[in-house]
Design a protein around this ligand. Structure first.
Ligand code: HPA
Length: 254
């Protein structure tokens, strides 16, 4: 087993079998489920914890990625709820992430922290293009419509953004906004894991429509889409994926 999905907790009823483990890492514990769908086994990491109680700014991203690396995971498909700050994307759309703007403020965001070794991981392609392409091909086969690829703005949360912030993000080239992809994608890159992410547009961002986004709206749109997206992630993993060209491990020390 070398593949993992990071996502929300609403998918549990779709698993045929699930073994829950708590893995210890030097950064703290991580909750991982070893799951099976139609005989296919992979790791599932509920990003907000099994009880969906950990808010985005409190997630232990380092423990999560470290635990997956220790399990031998080489490929991660992540799913995330996003708001749209672009005319191109409306609620219900599915996008793949192609780049990010980091507006987080207060999160441990590297494995290379103590300065004994200076590591600058490249960010020319933060989201693994090969895994993204494999997901897109699978989506075509599964008739899951993916609207396009998007630049993700990661905010600190847990509050939603102001209208002025959203105007600024849009001018800077941001297209969708969420609170979790950074530092997850960065840590995966540092750990040498091929990581791609699928965004589900749950709302128009603040100031883009008459109505304010609510947590309820975000949860409802996620509930409508999660089964098809999970299925597409699993089918992506079933495709032959060559390991050549995979990001070289940057050896996060332990
Ligand atoms: N902003 C930030 N995070 C989000 C949003 C949003 O509008 N929608 C879903 N996650």
């Amino acid at each position: 087993m070398n593949q993992a999905i990071i996502g929300g907790t609403g998918v549990y009823k779709l698993f045929d079998d699930k073994e829950s483990v708590t893995l210890k890492t030097k950064y703290g514990p991580a909750e991982v489920d070893l799951v099976t769908i139609d005989g296919f086994r992979f790791a599932f990491l509920p990003r907000h914890g099994r009880g969906h109680s950990v808010p985005p700014h409190r997630i232990n991203y380092r423990a999560n990625i470290r635990a997956l690396r220790d399990l031998g995971i080489e490929f991660i498909l992540a799913t995330a709820a996003v708001g749209s700050c672009s005319e191109r994307f409306v609620p219900g759309d599915v996008v793949v992430l192609r780049d990010f703007l980091d507006f987080t403020k207060n999160r441990p965001s590297t494995f290379f922290e103590d300065g004994s070794e200076v590591a600058h991981v490249p960010m020319g392609e933060p989201y693994c293009p090969r895994l993204t392409d494999a997901f897109l091909e699978t989506a075509r086969d599964n008739r899951l419509w993916v609207k396009g690829s998007a630049v993700y703005v990661c905010t600190e949360g847990p509050r939603f953004e102001t209208a002025a912030e959203i105007r600024m993000f849009a001018r800077m080239g941001g297209e969708v906004v969420g609170m979790t992809s950074v530092p997850e994608v960065v840590l995966a890159k540092e750990a040498g894991i091929c990581y791609a992410s699928v965004g589900i547009v749950t709302n128009l961002c603040t100031g883009m429509s008459e109505e304010e986004a609510t947590l309820r709206q975000v949860q409802e749109v996620m509930a409508e889409n999660r089964a098809a997206i999970l299925r597409c992630c699993v089918d992506t993993f079933k495709r032959p994926m060559s390991k050549t060209g995979r990001d070289e491990p940057a050896d996060p020390r332990g």
